[in-house]
Ligand binder design. Structure first.
Ligand code: F0G
Length: 356
């Protein structure tokens, strides 16, 4: 099947004009994988994983970035810029190349996963490691993009939100209705804002009759939306959501309150446990931040939050290969060394010969 990508497929729902360059890496159309094993643990009716790690650069950012970069090009911009915990920079760098623009990314020094850094470098972005955190980097980018001829492609750019809302459309297209709950990790809060906008648009157009309740999860050490105040020194193993002052704060709170949902925190330990469960029991490898959605759903289920009849969709925002360091650290001690002979391999495995 030919999949034309987000700009063309969802053109009627996006700010696409006759002048918009229809650039694409054929992003979107990601699978909604049905849970076989973890659903049993939850006691939920149905559990699905919207695996956004299957996008071209390995995260959901591609949906919004293709729109933001296309509009920047349409508006005659030559340079795009973002602050990023990694995935936005990878996506911006790739789509800027695709559109023939240059790209500058500001990343928090030492706090970005290896896979993401390798992408920004390979796609030829100008990479500046800021001696500060994501929030520091974003305020620099906001200043520069409002004073210099450089286009902002963080999710403060409304085109990013427009593109990202298409994931909600795909969930509905796949299920034929909206789920009861949509769970996702929350960092800068653009994605929860975008999904909620997408579901509301479908309801206004009469394509769905009910809206999901939005369940947002932050990392305990970086949970400003849970505590209600910015965190000056956010810390978490899930570097993608290591953010203390989300730009789309109001959008996240509106999504929570209008949907009758919640935004709560999960610990690093719960995040890593959920990451391993997804990999070992469902065969889905995600980066730590992405596992926050399932970690949160698991926690709520243990608290007796669900009745056992609901349909739950967990958004898995980024691929596990983004952060090989954390994955390998979790598997440390599991590699067994063996000599290069069949006998030694048989011995170490303790295999018994079959008698015929
Ligand atoms: N999951 C992953 C894998 C992410 O990279 C991000 C954000 C989020 C979840 C949270 O989404 O910010 O819309 O609430 N990453 C941004 C970045 C901040 O720079 O790549 P959000």
């Amino acid at each position: 099947m030919r999949w034309p990508g987000v700009l063309e497929y969802f053109a009627d729902y996006l700010p696409v004009t006759s002048h918009t360059p229809l650039i694409t890496l054929n992003e979107g159309n990601t699978p909604l994988v049905e849970s076989y094993q973890l659903v049993e643990k939850l006691g939920a009716g149905k559990l699905y994983f919207k695996f956004e790690g299957m996008n071209p650069t390995g995260s959901f950012k591609d949906r919004g970035m293709v729109v933001a970069v296309a509009k920047a090009k349409e508006e005659g911009r030559a340079v795009v810029m973002c602050a990023s915990t990694g995935n936005t920079s990878a996506s911006a760098a790739a789509y800027a190349q695709r559109a023939g623009l240059s790209c500058i990314v500001l990343i928090p020094q030492g706090k970005i996963a290896l896979g993401k850094l390798s992408q920004a470098l390979m796609h030829g972005a100008r990479v500046l490691a800021v001696q500060g955190n994501f929030d520091d980097a974003l305020s620099i980018v906001r200043y520069i993009t409002s004073h210099y001829p450089v286009a902002l492609v963080n999710s403060l750019n409304p085109y990013r939100i427009e593109g990202q809302k298409t994931a909600a459309f795909e969930v509905v297209e796949w299920l034929g209705e909206s789920p009861d709950y949509l769970a996702l990790p929350v960092g800068n809060a653009g994605n929860i804002t975008a999904y909620w906008k997408g579901f509301k648009e479908l309801k206004e157009k009469g394509k769905i009759t009910s809206l999901p309740r939005m369940l947002g999860f932050q990392a305990e050490g970086a949970a400003p939306l849970v505590s209600g105040k910015p965190v000056s020194n956010p810390q978490t193993v899930a570097t993608a959501i290591r953010i203390g002052n989300p730009a789309s704060w109001k959008g996240a709170i509106a999504a929570r309150d209008e949907s009758g949902g919640l935004i709560e925190a999960v610990s690093d330990e719960e995040i890593l446990q959920a990451q391993r469960m997804l990999a070992e029991e469902e065969g889905i490898f995600v980066e730590p931040a992405s596992a926050a959605s399932f970690a949160g759903v698991l926690k709520k289920s243990e608290e007796g939050f669900f009745t056992g009849r609901e349909t739950i969709v967990c958004v898995l925002t980024g691929h596990g290969l983004k952060d090989p360091d954390i994955a390998i650290k979790q598997g440390e001690g599991r590699i067994e060394e063996v000599g290069a002979s069949a006998e030694e391999v048989v011995e170490i495995l303790g295999l018994e010969r079959e008698h015929v």
